[in-house]
Design a protein. Sequence first.
Length: 235
Amino acid sequence: MTLPSNVHVSSHPCLQAKLSQLRSSSTSPRETKALVHEISNILGVEAFTGLKPLKTGKDTTPLGVEYETQGIDPADLALVPILRSGLGMVEAFNALLPTPVPIYHLGLFRERVTLQPVEYYNNLPFHSSELSPASPASLDPTINTAAATLAVLLDPVIATGATAEAAIHLLQDWGVQKIILVSILGSEAGVKRAAASWEGVEVWMGGVDGAVDEKGMIVPGVGDIGDRLFVALGK
């Protein structure tokens, strides 16, 4: 399997073992939630390896020695889970970062016949260019109207890649300079499609399978991870 250079597939043995557990039909919803969290934690560490500190400061140790601190500017980074299943990854990423960062949600579902994404929810802040001079956001400097520089897009499964592609284009239009897309499992074609959506995208995967079936499900895959996380089987 040959993947683009902006796609990184984890070889961490603990992640691969947990992914094998996640694939099993005998894994309960509670175990599924825990595995998604644990795999997300490992992926987050790997995806943030190249993240540079965005701000410095000063503090004092318990011995009274001053030292320089390194931190991340929460206004410059945002977590963007794709509803529903992306919610299962948020806690792991939020806990991994040293300070809380904004969390914005994108609601996209895959239409059953065409398998194309349909947007039903978007709470990204408005661009300042989209606001009238008299609007509350324009008049109140405490209201955030600027895009984050870096958006971390969270979606556990990339099947056809259409949903990931649509989300990437929404964030690109919003004004981010870079997107880190993190997913637990994807199909080869879907991952390639997402990676080719924009040159500002890095894709970090837990694993990649070869194909999807006629319903757009990854084979062998992990099933419908959203249904498994939220005990909505058989909807």
